[in-house]
Design a binder for this molecule. Structure first.
Ligand code: PLP
Length: 411
């Protein structure tokens, strides 16, 4: 039988137990929202201070060379690439996920000039859908969208020789469902289509084999499970095989083969750097550096293993304490990422009440409570306590208190 004591015992022998100390987790807080904004790595303040005081304050413009500012998108890209299973020279840290989605989708459409369809998911994070719309409008030829869920039940129903590219979330931001990247990528390739994987909810917690699965394009955030800080730059990965032919729609000077030649005409870099646009937010980039430093020494396989154990514990406790509750996240390990979603019509108020009791999760309209389980710093005992607090908030009907129904700008 599992008890709180067995959870505490499990934490004591957890091979990742040492990593929690590398993050600032406020006293008394159980943080289950690292899938939205990761906590601050303990070294981040020092790294950012050095960037500001020394590199900017003292060394000034020399830091573009002496502190390696100019090369940061590529150097950090390779660090993130290692987490993606992408060999060096295929990943950049730059811009935002939305912008990188646009770059990737535009390039993919251009690589399939005789095809006119983009597949996306009706349940996808909205920005992905909005960017698909935008990229289709600027494709230079008429394009059509087919939505999984609306236009057909699955990829199988929508895939034919007209499909140029599919834009898919590896882990769904609401349900936490994990797609089979290997099988779907293969299926798309067999039909002559390309794929753009959105890895926002899998990078840092799920094993990804970009090269082994011959993925064409991938994008994702660094501020969720990678803990890079609010608004930290995103990443884009482009397979080596596509780089020479892939067209970047935002042909800025950082993507030029020789930015400091100041040529009149755009001539793209031969490699991944063609996917840069312009000057990057160096201070925010340093947050990504600090965050990846904080992950030094851990294998993604170990993160995945603990993540699955945490979500399994949470789901089984919730099912035991609140048997009627609708857990929308797949119970089968191979089908879920690192978060658990629970549909509950009073979910907004319940999440507010839980936050007041020290458990931070979040809410997605119309009725979904989301809890993210980041294996670097969440403990088994935290999961036990969070399930207890959830149960007490629901059983005591906290939503009757109007204080928990005040909606702020960000939920
Ligand atoms: C978080 C998230 C984004 C965020 O995009 P931004 O450009 O950083 O605002 C995009 N897509 C998915 C699937 C996400 O989960």
């Amino acid at each position: 039988m599992i008890s709180r004591d067995t959870c505490v015992a499990r934490d004591l022998v957890d091979p990742l137990r040492g990593f929690r100390d590398r993050f600032v987790i406020p006293e008394g807080i159980i943080y289950l929202d690292g899938n939205s904004l990761g906590p601050m790595p303990r070294n981040a303040a020092a790294v950012l201070n050095r960037t500001i005081e020394q590199e900017w304050g003292h060394d000034l413009i020399r830091s573009w060379n002496s502190a390696g500012w100019f090369d940061m998108p590529v150097r950090l890209g390779d660090r993130v690439g290692a987490l993606l299973g992408a060999a060096p020279g295929q990943t950049l840290v730059c811009d935002t996920t939305s912008i990188n989605l646009y770059k990737a989708i535009h390039a993919a459409i251009g690589l399939r000039p005789d095809r006119s369809v983009v597949i996306a998911e009706d349940e996808s994070f909205p920005t992905d859908l909005y960017i698909v719309e935008g990229a289709m409008k600027s494709a230079g030829r008429p394009m059509q969208r087919r939505l999984i869920g609306t236009d057909g039940p699955s990829i199988d129903a929508l895939l034919d020789r007209d499909v140029a590219v599919a834009v898919l979330s590896h882990v769904n931001y609401r349900t936490g469902e994990l797609l089979d990247m290997a099988a779907i990528t293969r299926q798309l390739h067999d039909a002559g289509a390309l794929v753009v994987w959105d890895l926002c909810h899998s990078i840092g917690v799920v094993e990804i084999a970009f090269d082994r699965h011959a993925v064409d394009f991938a994008v994702g955030c660094t501020y969720k499970y990678l803990n890079g800080g609010p608004g930290s730059p995103a990443f884009i990965a482009v397979a080596k095989t596509h780089q020479a032919a892939a067209q970047h729609p935002l042909s800025g000077w950082w993507g030029h083969a020789a930015p400091f030649a100041f040529d009149r005409n755009f001539r793209p870099d031969a490699g991944i750097k063609r996917f840069l646009c312009g000057t990057q937010p160096i201070i925010s980039m340093r947050g990504v550096d600090a965050a990846i430093d904080a992950m030094e020494g851990v294998e993604v396989a170990a993160l995945r293993q603990k993540s699955l154990a945490l979500t399994e514990l949470f789901m089984s406790r919730v099912a035991e304490l609140l048997p009627g509750l609708d857990i929308v996240t797949p119970r089968q390990a191979s089908l879920r990422g690192s978060q658990v979603g629970i549909a509950f019509d009073k979910g907004f108020a319940v999440v507010q009440a839980m936050i007041e009791r020290g458990v931070i999760g979040d809410f997605r309209a119309p009725d979904l409570m989301r809890f993210g389980f980041a294996p670097l710093y969440v403990r088994f005992a935290d999961v036990w306590d969070a399930a207890d607090i959830l149960a007490s908030c629901i059983n005591s009907e906290v939503w009757r208190d109007p204080r928990y129904s005040q909606v702020a700008g960000v939920t």
